[in-house]
Design a protein around this ligand. Structure first.
Ligand SMILES: NC(=O)c1ccc[n+]([C@@H]2O[C@H](COP(=O)([O-])OP(=O)(O)OC[C@H]3O[C@@H](n4cnc5c(N)ncnc54)[C@H](OP(=O)(O)O)[C@@H]3O)[C@@H](O)[C@H]2O)c1
Length: 253
């Protein structure tokens, strides 16, 4: 595809992986609309972008926000051609201490919000017979680990959404893929480090080294490495329904 001027929407673009994706897509010539709750973080991301940007602050878990976000992009530029559903968060707890509210928060943010974005993006993509949808899942979409039942369930679920949507849209020129990172050097992993310190009494350095060792390359994944995989998904018209692991070789899928 020729990327120049294509219209992208990146959710959760205020920091971390979403910021790296927005900067990468902009550097490759796309117009990049971005959303997250924090307006000032979005502005900081936009300032790092090379081309036209649109910042749309919103809470993606609110039922009306999907329509509002897509409406702003369509009014300014036109229909979204490249959707990157990245906004998400983690949660760690023993199963018996996971409340209904904890469970629902994970599903709302990591599963229902991407579903609503995909559902909203698809009609225009079908009409134009072109679209790229990339969901940032996790290697927790492929394997379970202790203490992350709600997070892993939401990420396994979103991989099911990706695979089903890919099958449904294959003949329409729309590809749907997931990128499944291991532990990435972002504020989300900083929170995980804090939780390990609080629960185990280990030092922050020990906790971070422990998370680094989860990747056979013995370090955290960088946000740019995830953004490169997203870009690969955007470029390829022949790859769909895949979960691309970017985890230093931990999950050999
Ligand atoms: N970090 C990792 O190790 C890792 C590993 C595998 C997968 N992932 C996945 O990668 C994605 C990005 O993670 P990250 O590490 O970059 O996290 P992060 O640094 O915490 O960034 C998350 C982004 O999502 C936005 N967001 C969170 N809740 C939102 C809501 N309700 N409405 C709108 N935006 C919201 C945040 O902005 P606001 O808070 O301002 O809304 C922020 O821009 C997530 O889906 C995560 O599950 C991360």
């Amino acid at each position: 595809m020729s990327p120049d001027g294509r219209i992208a929407l990146v959710t959760g673009a205020g920091r971390g992986i979403g910021r790296a994706i927005a900067v990468k897509l902009s550097a490759e010539g796309l117009r990049v609309a971005m959303t997250a709750r924090s307006a000032h973080e979005l502005e900081a991301t936009a300032a790092m972008c090379a081309g036209p940007t649109l910042t749309v602050p919103a809470d993606i878990t609110e039922a009306t926000s999907t329509e509002a976000i897509f409406g702003v992009v369509e009014q300014a530029w036109g229909a979204v051609e490249v959707l990157v559903a990245n906004a998400g968060a983690g949660f760690a707890s023993r199963i018996e201490r996971t409340s209904d509210g904890d469970w629902q928060r994970m599903l709302d943010l990591n599963l229902t919000a991407p579903f609503r974005c995909v559902r909203r993006a698809v009609p225009a993509m079908r009409r134009s017979r072109f679209g790229r949808i990339v969901v940032i899942a996790s290697n927790a979409a492929r394997i379970g680990e202790p203490y992350i039942a709600a997070y892993a369930a939401s990420k396994h679920g979103v991989l099911g959404l990706v695979r089903s949507a890919a099958a449904e849209l294959a003949a329409d020129g729309v590809t749907v893929n997931a990128v499944c990172p291991g532990y990435v050097d972002t504020s989300m992993t900083d929170h995980t480090v804090d939780s390990i310190v609080a629960a185990s009494g280990r030092s922050a350095e020990q906790a971070r080294a422990e998370l680094a060792r989860k990747q056979p390359i013995n370090r955290l994944i960088t946000p740019d490495e995830v953004a490169e995989a997203v870009w690969f998904c955007v470029l390829s018209g022949g790859m769909s329904g895949q979960g691309i692991t970017v985890d230093g070789g931990a999950v050999q899928a």
